[in-house]
Design a protein around this ligand. Structure first.
Ligand code: FE2
Length: 284
C-alpha cells in the first residue's frame, strides 16, 4: 500500500497523484482553457509573461499587479511584435491566464473546490485551506519557454511556510514536464519577490536576493499522464524545460495556503482588493 501523501510530501517536497481527474474531467477543463484564448484583449493592452529576460517588463506592469481578482491573459514572448500584433495563431499565443480562474470561471471553480481537492487538503493535514491564486498554463509547442528553477514561496510567502501548489496536467507532459530537486524544501526560502515599499521607485516589485545557482544534477524529471495532479511544496525547488515537442502541454494550477496555521504576507505581490478574502476550500 502506498504511504500517506503527507509522509511522501514531507520527505520529497512533492507528490504525484495519477488519475486525479478522469478523461472527461480533463476534457472539460481543457476545453475551458482553450476558450480563454478566444476574445483576446486589444493590441495595445497585450502583456508578455516571461520568467527570463523580459521579467523587468512584466514586473513593472500594473496589469500583473492587478490580476489577483481577475481573469487576465499573458502572452508568450515571440507571440507579439512590438505593437502587440499577433505573430502566431491566437490559439497558441498565450503563456498563461490568471489569477482568479478558480473563483470567476464556473468550470475552474467547480474543479478547484471539488471533493477530490478537499480530500487531498484534508490528507495533507490542512485545517483552513484557502485558494490564493490559479493559472491556466499553455506551454505550447515551440513557444512554451523554460521556467527557471524557483521556489513558489518566493512569490507567495506565508509565515510560517504553508503554501502548496496543485498542478494538474491536461495533456501528457513528457518533454517540458516539471523537474524537482527532491528534498530541497528543507532549507528555507532562498529569496522573496515583494511589492516595492518605495512608491517613488519605478519598479513595482523587487527581489530580496539574487537567484541561487541550483546544480542541474539535483533535478529529477517527472513525466506524467494527463489527469495527474502534482502537489508542490512551497519551498521545493522546481523548474520546467521548454516544450520542444510538437504537442501542447496545457496545465491548470492553483495554490493553497492554510490560514489556520499561518499568515499570508502583506508584502506578497498578490493582494486582493480590500474587503475581499481568499475563498476557503472546505467552505465552497
Ligand atoms: Fe512553480
Amino acid at each position: 500500500m502506498r504511504e500517506g501523501i503527507q509522509t511522501e510530501f514531507s520527505r520529497n517536497g512533492y507528490v504525484i497523484l495519477e488519475d486525479f481527474f478522469s478523461e472527461e474531467e480533463v476534457a472539460e477543463l481543457r476545453e475551458a482553457g482553450v476558450k480563454l484564448t478566444e476574445n483576446l484583449p486589444e493590441e495595445s493592452k497585450r502583456v508578455i509573461f516571461s520568467t527570463t529576460k523580459t521579467q523587468q517588463f512584466q514586473n513593472k506592469n500594473q496589469y500583473f499587479l492587478d490580476s489577483a481578482d481577475k481573469i487576465s491573459v499573458f502572452f508568450e514572448e515571440g507571440a507579439l511584435d512590438e505593437n502587440g500584433k499577433l505573430l502566431v495563431e491566437p490559439g497558441i499565443a498565450l503563456n498563461k491566464v490568471g489569477h482568479a480562474l478558480h473563483w470567476l470561471n464556473p468550470t475552474f471553480k467547480k474543479y478547484t473546490f471539488c471533493e477530490k481537492v478537499k480530500e487531498t487538503c484534508f490528507q495533507l493535514g490542512l485545517a483552513d485551506p484557502v485558494i490564493v491564486q490559479s493559472m491556466y498554463i499553455y506551454k505550447n509547442p515551440g513557444l512554451g519557454g523554460e521556467v527557471v528553477p524557483h521556489q513558489d514561496s518566493t512569490y507567495l510567502h506565508t509565515e510560517p511556510q504553508r503554501l502548496i501548489g496543485f498542478w494538474i496536467a491536461l495533456d501528457d507532459a513528457t518533454i517540458g514536464c516539471l523537474w524537482f530537486a527532491p528534498g530541497s524544501h528543507k532549507g528555507g526560502v532562498h529569496r522573496r519577490m515583494i511589492r516595492n515599499p518605495d512608491p517613488n521607485d519605478e519598479e513595482l516589485f523587487i527581489f530580496t536576493a539574487q537567484s541561487p545557482t541550483y546544480p542541474t544534477s539535483n533535478f529529477t524529471a517527472t513525466p506524467v499522464k494527463k489527469g495527474t495532479c502534482v502537489l508542490i511544496h512551497g519551498e521545493v525547488v522546481h523548474k520546467s524545460a521548454p516544450n520542444k515537442s510538437p504537442n501542447p502541454r496545457h496545465a491548470y494550477t492553483f495554490h493553497v495556503v492554510d490560514l489556520k496555521n499561518s499568515t499570508y504576507s502583506p508584502e506578497n505581490w498578490l493582494q486582493l482588493p480590500s474587503g475581499q478574502t481568499f475563498p476557503g476550500v472546505y467552505k465552497n
